[in-house]
Design a protein around this ligand. Sequence first.
Ligand code: NAP
Length: 312
Amino acid sequence: MMEYITLKNSDIKVSRICMGGCPMGQYGWGDVQEQELLDTVNVAIENGVNFFDTADTYGLGKSEETLAKALGEKRQDVVIATKFGVRVENGKTFYDNSPAYIEKALTDSLRRLKTDYIDVYQIHYRDGVTPIGDVVDALEKYKAKGYIRSYGLSNIYEEDLNELKSFSGKFVSMQDEFSLACRKNEFELTDLAKQLLLTPMTWGSLGQGVLTGKYDINASFGSNDRRSREIYVNFHGEKFRKNLEIVEKMRPIAENHNVPVSAVALRFILDYLKDSVVLVGAKRPSQILGNIAATDWCLTDDEIKELDLISK
Ligand SMILES: NC(=O)c1ccc[n+]([C@@H]2O[C@H](COP(=O)([O-])OP(=O)(O)OC[C@H]3O[C@@H](n4cnc5c(N)ncnc54)[C@H](OP(=O)(O)O)[C@@H]3O)[C@@H](O)[C@H]2O)c1
């Protein structure tokens, strides 16, 4: 059975497994088939997932369009989180949180998502220029008009706390990278999330796939897959080897609980960050089912300790 929580400062109830929208962008994640993506959304819903995360920048709008196509009439039954703040123009990518750009980004997202409202509208990255107060004022205006139900943060770090402190209680959520392959944002997803009174969400929860148990040291990716690039550290060098050691530790635990390895990786987050939402990308129905298998059971304290130690 799916587990649910209510996002802080809101009455928005979401499944703790959120289907991530990167693969729906159909760009930079290897081969993906649109029909399989549409089926994946529907299988997710049939199995209790009511939360979908996307961004205007994933596939330059394609992810939002694909999600809308998959949902159709079911849009009212689910919670949609999308993001703004990354602009791509004339082949250049830059961050923009200005109120003028928010208006354009919101109008475009609503059109692509074929909806009158966005449930959680997230600042994808801070632009380092626009004062957060101006961003919040703009978001409050759109909330009052009913275009968004709530707003959230993403890619926020310890050094941002000072600026954000006076807005605690305003944002419902914050996304940062976190998994057994990436423990560096633990302060943000625990202490900082508490101070800002918001729900922590983890992205890259499977380390971009490395924690599923299906890759070995000879794994290679085509030029249409960003994981071929060395900045995707989880699949390169020493870090890749370390990740494969973590996978070997997970195998007997997965067997013990009769679940796939991916479910152990996600269960660790659900148990370790108790009030969190886990975002996880899936390309086909079997993947989302393997990820939903993370719900409705717990790791033992010893298993959590073992995975905690090996991944630090
Ligand atoms: N706020 C941000 O800046 C930010 C950044 C990144 C992501 N996100 C969000 O977080 C979500 C999750 O992150 P992510 O998609 O980058 O990475 P992820 O969830 O760690 O990995 C997803 C990939 O793992 C593989 N996979 C998933 N489930 C599997 C299963 N059960 N068995 C085998 N393979 C499986 C698939 O790729 P293969 O089959 O090709 O291996 C899939 O594309 C995103 O979709 C997005 O919504 C947010």
